[in-house]
Design a protein around this ligand. Structure first.
Ligand code: OAD
Length: 264
């Protein structure tokens, strides 16, 4: 088996679980990651595209890049990794605060898979808003006739931008606070498909570990913080997570049967 009995037991018995996800969880849906070969940042430099100065300098280019990324996301579907995490949340929904999914992804696939308690640290690419009046923009308002046309707000004429966090920008209000609170309380933190090089997100597993949680990562290769976690599970998220969540379900069922027998 790819993962240990210890991890299964910790997950089965955990009162509070936090899962941190990164681009690797969506890789098997066909959404490019950031730092792997062929990842998004290899074709475009982030300095060029993912910051507000670049957007103001060259809104056509940046809007065009996000329109392309939105199309990629629209054409993709959640994969077995997203669905397994939604199933794990459903298993743990015995009370509020038992499960929090913190994602660095902006692709909306966790929600589409049925995850309910989700903190989107880096925003959501399916939403856009006006950079001046902050009015949310509809999909129709983002449509342009060609590469030279810029999408603007029908209310005030301001440029429309994606609701994602760009370099140098703060995270959405309260998002990191909620994630940190949950990580500090968690019995288990599972970090999935992230290179763990972008902070503050990468600090969450370390916070949880420092507060006594069992911390495991699932990744095709060891991440930057692999040396500091309790267990590294090497494999594709879409293969590891369904097997892991099924094993947790089995173990929890076994424990229920033992309790029932003891009570009868
Ligand atoms: P990265 O591209 O840095 O890391 C993706 C990780 O997923 C790598 O460690 C891969 O080895 C791993 N991986 C790839 N395929 C996998 C699979 N099928 N199963 C499991 N793991 C797999 O992406 P993030 O860590 O998410 O920020 O990057 C963090 C942030 O950097 C992004 O949110 C973005 C970027 O700057 C912003 O846009 C603000």
């Amino acid at each position: 088996m790819l993962f240990s009995e210890t991890l299964i037991t910790h997950l089965a018995e955990a009162e509070e679980i936090v899962v941190l996800t990164g681009a690797g969880v969506s890789a098997e849906s066909g959404v490019p990651t950031f730092r792997d070969e062929g990842g998004l940042w290899e074709k475009f430099s982030p300095q060029e595209l993912a910051n507000v100065e670049a957007f103001l300098d060259n809104p056509e280019l940046v809007q065009g890049w996000y329109a392309h990324r939105r199309r990629v996301v629209e054409e993709t579907e959640p994969n077995p990794a997203h669905r397994a995490l939604a199933a794990l949340e459903a298993q743990k929904q015995h009370r509020d605060g038992a499960f929090l999914l913190v994602t660095q992804n902006v692709d909306d696939l966790h929600r589409q898979a049925g995850s309910e308690h989700v903190v989107e640290l880096h925003g959501n690419i399916t939403r856009s808003y006006c950079i001046d009046c902050e009015r949310p923009a509809s999909a129709g308002e983002l449509q342009t006739n060609g590469e030279d046309e810029v999408a603007t707000c029908p209310g005030c004429g301001g440029l429309l931008r994606p609701d994602v966090v760009w370099f140098g920008e703060p995270l959405p209000d309260g998002a990191m606070e909620e994630a940190n609170r949950a990580a500090a309380r968690a019995d288990v933190l599972l970090s999935v498909g992230t290179s763990a090089v972008v902070y503050p997100a990468a600090g969450l597993p370390l916070t949880a570990a420092a507060r006594g949680a069992y911390v495991a990562e699932v990744n095709v290769e060891p991440s930057a913080i692999a040396g500091e976690v309790d267990e590294v599970v090497l494999g594709k998220a879409g293969e590891v997570l369904p097997a892991l969540v099924e094993a947790v379900r089995e173990q929890a069922r076994g424990e229920e049967r033992v309790e029932q027998n003891a009570g009868s």
